[in-house]
Design a protein around this ligand. Structure first.
Ligand code: NAD
Ligand code: DAU
Length: 363
């Protein structure tokens, strides 16, 4: 690893910051935080608007003076080079990715194109722009805990856990992490990487467990639990992830990795039953109604048993800790989906229906 000097991104200086994937779930929360908090930064949101990108996520900040949306594909080298030359981005916070494990099993190549090639195109553009002087510049790569593979019943992922990805998605993210590190070593390009656990919250596309199940409960559809449901994930409220990204961006050390997690492990089936009961309460149905929709189905191939993050480094070094409990975060999330029926219906009335039928073998 390269020397871990403090890179000192100066908060008071004006800057052009490129955030990729800002129309997606986590990206939209990061954009909002940066646009509202740092009026001296100009935030450029680059997004291809794939099925997962939705500009409605950013209606409230779209007309801010320090915000610009750029529609484009991170794999399009000509376009990416042109915007780097035009806007001279001081820093990149890279979130754009294909992010759903199940889709990576159906279409792995798409994940290599976006997650690996797309990251490479951005790295090259950044390197070529600043190679003569990287002072006060930073490439921040947002990654996942899935690169570490699967834990058994015990143990936690730390920043030094060996990479051992099991799905095409996690393999593509692992590969992109390696390239970011390699650019740091080879070209002395300043970078940070964070590897986060499962996020939940407002604006998450209803292909992921929590919003998918909320939507199915609302439509009285079965709740497809993979395998025996005894898989475990560590859940983090998305706004706490955005806050962690802000901290790592400004205070993280050059060439370092930070693990981010919720200290919040749940076995899928236990979480699903809790979600069912909370939905019954909100919808004023007898407790137990939604649990009747639970259906165990064929397991996800290569399903990782357990993820759990040791977030003590970011806690000790940067003072980060989750700000909401799971109970609070889940309630806020359910309330958001109930209050934003239009957002959800716009999604599920489009191509989503075809995806759902293919994925869950619905006739
Ligand atoms: P998401 O799928 O909701 O959003 C991804 C965004 O990237 C979308 O707006 C999409 O339009 C855009 N995008 C996709 N391909 C693109 C391309 N070729 N060019 C430009 N834009 C493109 O994803 P998310 O859940 O918000 O995840 C964001 C990042 O965080 C990803 O890198 C993911 O690996 C990482 N991550 C996610 C989680 C999680 O639980 N969701 C946890 C840890 C890390
Ligand atoms: O750990 C971080 C990762 O978390 C991120 O990098 C990924 O982008 C994000 O999608 C998420 O990956 P998972 O595969 O853990 O999330 P997902 O919501 O797809 O599934 C969570 C758990 O629920 C997992 O054990 C599979 C299970 N599941 C999921 C779906 C969609 C079901 O049992 N049924 C389902 O229909």
């Amino acid at each position: 690893m390269t020397n871990s000097t403090n890179k000192q991104i100066n908060k008071s200086a004006s800057k052009n910051i490129l955030i990729t994937g800002g129309a997606g779930f986590i990206g939209s929360h990061v954009i909002r935080l940066f646009v509202e908090k740092y009026s001296n930064y100009h935030i450029y949101n680059l997004d291809k608007l794939t099925y997962a990108g939705n500009l409605e996520n950013l209606n409230d900040v779209a007309s801010n003076k320090n915000y610009t949306f750029l529609k484009g594909d991170i794999t399009d080298e000509t376009y990416i080079n042109s915007i780097f030359n035009k806007y001279k981005f001081d820093a990149v916070i890279h979130l754009a990715a294909e992010s759903h494990v199940d889709r990576s099993i159906t279409n792995p190549l798409e994940f290599v194109k976006t997650n690996v090639i797309g990251t490479m195109v951005l790295l090259n553009a950044f390197k070529n722009l600043w190679k003569n002087n990287f002072k006060n510049k930073l490439f921040y790569h947002v990654s996942t805990d899935e690169v570490y593979g699967s834990l058994g019943e015990t143990g936690l992922f730390t920043e030094t856990t060996s990479y051992d990805p099991n799905s095409p998605y996690s393999a593509s993210k692992a590969s992109s992490d390696h390239f970011v590190r390699a650019y740091g070593e080879t070209y002395k390009m300043p970078y940070v990487i964070s590897n986060c656990s499962n996020n939940y919250g407002a604006n998450q596309f209803p292909e992921k467990l929590i919003p998918l199940f909320i939507n199915n409960i609302l439509h009285n559809k079965s709740l497809p639990v993979y395998g025996d449901g005894k898989y475990t994930r560590d859940w983090l409220y998305v706004i706490d992830h955005a806050i962690a990204i802000d901290l790592v961006f400004h205070k993280g050390k050059n060439s370092e990795t930070y693990n981010i997690g919720g200290f919040n492990e749940w076995q899928n089936i236990v979480l699903i039953k809790l979600l069912c009961d909370k939905m019954d309460e909100k919808l004023e149905k007898p407790i137990g109604t939604s649990q009747k929709l639970i259906t165990f189905i064929k397991d996800r191939p290569g399903h990782d048993l357990r993820y759990a993050i040791d977030a003590s480094k970011i806690n000790k070094e940067l003072g980060w800790t989750p700000s909401v409990t799971f109970e609070e975060g889940l309630t806020k999330t359910i309330d958001w989906y109930l209050d934003n029926n239009k957002w959800l219906n716009n999604i599920v009335s489009g191509n989503y229906k075809k995806y759902y039928e293919r994925m869950y073998d619905v006739q």
